[in-house]
Design a protein around this ligand. Sequence first.
Ligand SMILES: [Zn+2]
Length: 94
Amino acid sequence: MSSNAINTKCWICAERATFIEMDHANRKYYQCSAPDCGDFDISWRAEESKSDSHTFKEHLKSLANKHRGSDKVPLVTIGSDQNVKIEVINKTAL
Ligand SMILES: [Zn+2]
């Protein structure tokens, strides 16, 4: 994580958040300020694919909140089968 945090709105809940570009800007690592949300790392393709999915966002929000403050974070990417997948991984593996 070398680049600077950028102020934005959370992709999930639209509250105040920051993101850091990851993996040559293929993904964003969000840190959301809302107490019922959390941190998550998501690729821009996954964002685009699920931008209108309330169900998906609620699921990701609960995962992000569950791991808030821990050394784990949900990582959302497009798998080789072209489906969006969520893995909970160690932050050190990002
Ligand atoms: Zn949020």
